[in-house]
Design a protein around this ligand. Sequence first.
Ligand SMILES: Cc1cc2nc3c(=O)[nH]c(=O)nc-3n(C[C@H](O)[C@H](O)[C@H](O)COP(=O)(O)OP(=O)(O)OC[C@H]3O[C@@H](n4cnc5c(N)ncnc54)[C@H](O)[C@@H]3O)c2cc1C
Length: 432
Amino acid sequence: MSTTSLINLLPAAARMAPKTPQEVASALADARQTGRKVVVFSTGHGIPPIGDTSERILLDMSAFDGVEVDPVTRVARIGGATRWSDLLAAANLHGLTAPCGSASSVGVTGYMMGGGIGFMSRHLGLGSSAIRAAELVTLDGHIRRIDAHSDPDLFWALRGGGGGFGVVTSLELNLTPMPRMAGGVLGWGIEDADRVLKAWSAWTTNLPEDVTSAVRLVQVPEGPALTVVVVTAPREEDDLQAVLAPLTDLQPVLNTVRDTDPEAFMKEYSDPEIDPEEAPHAYEHVLLDQLPAEACQLVAEFAQPEGGCGAMMVELRHLGGALGRPSNLGGAMDRIDGEFSLFVLGPMEAVPAMAHAVDILSDYGRGRTYFNFMPRRTGRRTAYRQETIDRLADLYEAIDPDCVIDHPHPISRTASVADETAQAPAAAPIPG
Ligand SMILES: Cc1cc2nc3c(=O)[nH]c(=O)nc-3n(C[C@H](O)[C@H](O)[C@H](O)COP(=O)(O)OP(=O)(O)OC[C@H]3O[C@@H](n4cnc5c(N)ncnc54)[C@H](O)[C@@H]3O)c2cc1C
């Protein structure tokens, strides 16, 4: 079942599926007149934090799904609901790519509104920094082309500010040449999690910044529990294998690292499509600054099938590189304030144990979070600096003072961290 059907399963006060920017403008006018809030969806992947949609107008943007690539200027023009699979395929035809996440079915716009970290992020940086312009329908019904010159504040907010500033009908993106790329996975049993994590953590310390990797401790349904390192670099296979020596010395039972390209890599290693008929999952997340041996041991213990926290996947992404420096192309999110992202996914009944595990591990960071992985509606204080929150809040007040456009994480200038942790977790459609 597609994620469009997932949207169709949601309760709603009304549903609209515009086909043109003008129809988007009239849908927003309807919302203003009826006093109902609008939830904008491209794929429906961002549903969890929004929760109950029964009183909302659902604005299904899935008709805006085109991709045009200009190989000379290296610019892609995409519809507001285009998915990563379509953009990567079209760019790849010209040896170009864009900073994608880990799932082919995720929408480019939703991903970039929240920053965007993925398979090649240490090399390519945040997804949002690739935006060069947007066509935006604002709540007042205007269809506007926003870029750095036309409207610097809105353009800044669109690049990682969390969405809700209007409805994006198209984006123009800078593409990056990718003449060579190697990538794949190294795999061990779950019993090796501790030693692999310790070796991986040490290996990341002086790693060239074009190498991006993550460790995933996964429990495949009806399969063995595994320790997996997913890795990419814009290099030849032999070159990447040489960099991987400290990990391959640990004798993985699986090594699929080889020459590839971004489209092929995504096809092979993407997170699976969501099946809305499956029991809902939940996730927890925090950013970490360091991963000493004792933290690796804790992560490994939490991921064990017996006596762990009940998660289906415990994932650590290595950040830093281009993600760690403020980008001069960056907007409201211009870097990620942490060295590792911890993401834990599991069934709803495992939430207390997963939250406890993340809480313990948060001692290895400063309680910072990354917007796209925040499980609950919060005031965003753990995801942005205070000056960013204030600037975003000023913009929301100017553009949409009644919060007609609902989005995953409404902003609060004053919400405390305690307010955030007190909220119940939302059901998550993110599979491992
Ligand atoms: C399987 C899976 C894997 C993921 N992996 C990653 C990852 O590797 N890295 C990462 O950073 N994130 C990842 N995410 C999180 C994902 O980036 C966010 O949930 C993102 O918001 C999804 O965007 P969407 O358009 O697919 O979802 P939607 O539910 O369609 O949209 C989410 C929100 O984005 C905004 N939005 C979407 N389209 C528009 C539009 N056209 N106009 C205006 N606003 C719009 C709206 O506020 C909407 O509520 C993953 C999510 C899933 C489900």
